[in-house]
Design a protein around this ligand. Structure first.
Ligand code: HEM
Ligand SMILES: [Cu+2]
Length: 555
């Protein structure tokens, strides 16, 4: 007697919801989780943007005449906290990390899918708690840095809710980092070496190390701060014998690395986007990897450059200035690598490229003002002025947010199977580019001339320049309209993209668009040269190649 064995086990009904409902579910699919992070991040971005609108409207005139001063402080605190913890960190790490990394390592999902879903689902409660604190008790008023004694002396309820919500978001970030490290190190497809991974994997490996080393320090610090507020312990309260400068050290031990948690992943995304649209291999792959790791190390030992006016002793100022200046070296290497990738390439100047190229320009400018700020005599002059606001917005907006937009133009066809509309994309770019520079470039001048940050009122001599800055903010707000219209309408009306509209080589493009559950119908492809565009340098005929051929990888 023979028994017929079915060639494949019939699949029982999946417990996971299908259709659009899965985006509201505890889905374990890394692609669903990635898009959950992306959409949730954008919703919070619009709240944070509306708050920025309140700030810039208040600052049109020198008097505090739009909202009461306390409300201004709440708005400022919510704006900063939302933009950092609910928009940039979750999107550049959670959204793109979850969507791309399993593809890049040739895996069907992340190493710990349930932990992954938990990490995402900590975000909505954290965010809603933060925002609702404004309506429930009044929001925190001490800025995103929550420095004591201010955070101990402003109304306690809002500050405690702020701490709880940042703890939830920090927990989410730590769970995500554990997952990224495990996936990159342990789930790589057999035969795929570390030095063959797309650069975004290295960027996320470095970022996740920073998250694991520094976020727990923030969590511990905020728990101590909450004890000071609720139980009147005296860790940071000078009235109880505590020390406020200790708080600053602990806070910046997390928060300088935090700037790299917001920008290293972006370095990775740009390194994926530039080669595809300039049809060139990524220049200097291994120097890029070493630079990322150098930035991780240096990023951990420069925190006190935020504290030059807090009574730091001279030796400490010297050490932190020098260490900070060193960061310019690996950062410069990456900058020249991107330029060399573009050099001599067949550049398609589409919306994705426009946003990425603008990132390079803004990032250099923000990096230069950063090195300037690390010089004590200069920093003492502009600390806590609008110069600092200008500096970090060039990095976080001109850098990170521009690359988020670039990445959406690049990967939207992968997410949806449709292309975004190019003319609308260029209009979006133009408005954002003009609005952003008009909003933030003048702030350097304001700071150099002494306008303090975080205050609703200012000297009337600064009125005109503040008004210019507010017009820039208005342009930025308008620029989201063509973007939103494009993203929503293209879901139905966008031209069909096909599976690989950019003829890209990285593995996420070597499957259908959008990809199936578990990423590939058959076996995962083994991509050893994710940037294999043009003629590989070792196949060039050296007797006939020009210097330019060698320089441009033979294109
Ligand atoms: C890589 C991305 C970067 C990001 C996301 C970033 C972000 C920030 C932020 C958010 C602040 C303000 C902190 C606050 O609220 O007080 C800041 C201040 C500062 N940044 Fe950066 N930054 C970056 C790069 C750099 C670089 C490359 C340097 C130096 C080489 C630098 C040096 C400084 C200094 C010295 C301050 C303190 C200014 C002061 O408060 O007096 N930054 N940065
Ligand atoms: Cu810093």
């Amino acid at each position: 007697m023979t028994i017929a064995v079915p060639s494949s086990q019939p699949q029982g009904p999946s417990l996971q919801p299908v259709g659009w409902l899965r985006y509201l579910s505890f889905s374990l699919d890394h692609k669903v989780i990635g898009l959950q992070y992306l959409v949730a991040g954008f919703l919070f971005y619009f709240v944070g943007g509306a708050l920025a609108g309140v700030i810039r409207t208040e600052l049109i005139s020198p008097m505090a005449d739009l909202v009461p001063r306390d409300t201004y402080n709440e708005v400022l605190t919510l704006h900063g906290t939302i933009m950092i913890f609910l928009w940039i960190v979750p999107v550049v790490n959670g959204a793109f990390g979850n969507y791309l990394i399993p593809f890049y390592v040739g895996a069907r999902d992340m190493a710990f899918p349930r932990l992954n879903a938990v990490a995402f689902w900590l975000i909505p409660p954290g965010g809603l708690l933060l925002i609702s604190s404004y309506f429930l008790t009044g929001a925190a008023q001490s800025g995103w840095t929550a420095y004591p004694p201010l955070s101990i002396t402003t109304p306690a309820a809002g500050q405690v809710l702020w701490i709880v919500s940042v703890l939830l978001l920090g927990g989410s970030s730590i769970f995500g980092a554990i997952n990224f490290i495990a996936t990159i190190l342990k789930l790589r497809r057999p035969g795929l070496g570390m030095m063959q991974l797309p650069m975004y994997c290295w960027a996320m490996l470095g970022t996740s190390l920073l998250v694991l080393l520094s976020t727990p320090v923030l969590a511990g610090t905020l728990i101590m701060l909450s004890f000071d507020i609720v139980a009147h312990t005296g860790f940071f309260n000078p009235g109880e014998g505590g020390n406020v400068v200790v708080y600053q050290h602990l806070f910046w031990f997390y928060s300088h690395p935090a700037v790299y948690i917001m920008v290293l992943p972006v370095f990775g995304l740009v390194s994926e986007i530039l080669p595809v649209h300039s049809r060139k291999p990524l220049f200097g792959y291994s120097t890029m990897v070493y630079s990322i790791m150098a930035i991780v190390f240096l990023g951990l030992i420069v925190w006190a450059h935020h504290m030059f006016t807090s009574g730091t002793p001279p030796w400490m100022r010297l050490f932190f200035t020098i260490a900070t200046a060193f960061i310019a070296v690996p950062t410069g290497i990456k900058f020249f690598n991107w330029l060399a990738t573009l050099w001599g390439g067949k550049i398609a100047l589409n919306s994705a490229m426009l946003f990425s190229c603008a990132f390079i320009v803004h990032f250099v400018f923000g990096g230069i003002t950063g090195v300037a700020l690390a010089q004590v005599p200069f920093d003492v002059h502009v600390h806590d002025t609008y110069f600092v606001v200008g500096h970090f917005h060039y990095i976080v907006y001109g850098g990170s947010v521009f690359v988020i937009f670039s990445a959406i133009y690049h990967w939207y066809p992968k997410f949806t199977g449709r292309l975004l509309n190019e003319p609308l994309g260029r209009l979006h770019f133009l408005l954002t580019f003009l609005g952003f520079n008009l909003c933030f470039a003048p702030q350097h001048w304001l700071g150099l001339n002494g306008m303090p940050r975080r205050v609703a009122e200012y000297d009337p001599q600064f009125t005109l320049v503040n008004q210019l800055s507010s017009v820039g903010a208005l342009l930025m707000a308008l620029s989201t309209l063509p973007f939103l219209w494009n993203v929503i309408a293209s879901l139905w009306q966008g031209a069909r993209a096909g599976d690989n509209p950019w003829n890209a080589r990285t593995p996420e493009w070597l499957t259908s668009s959008p990809p199936p559950v578990e990423n590939w119908h058959g076996e995962a492809p083994l991509v050893l040269e994710p940037y294999g565009y043009g003629v590989p340098i070792d196949q060039l005929d050296l007797s006939t190649a020009s210097g330019r051929d060698l320089w441009s990888g033979g294109r």
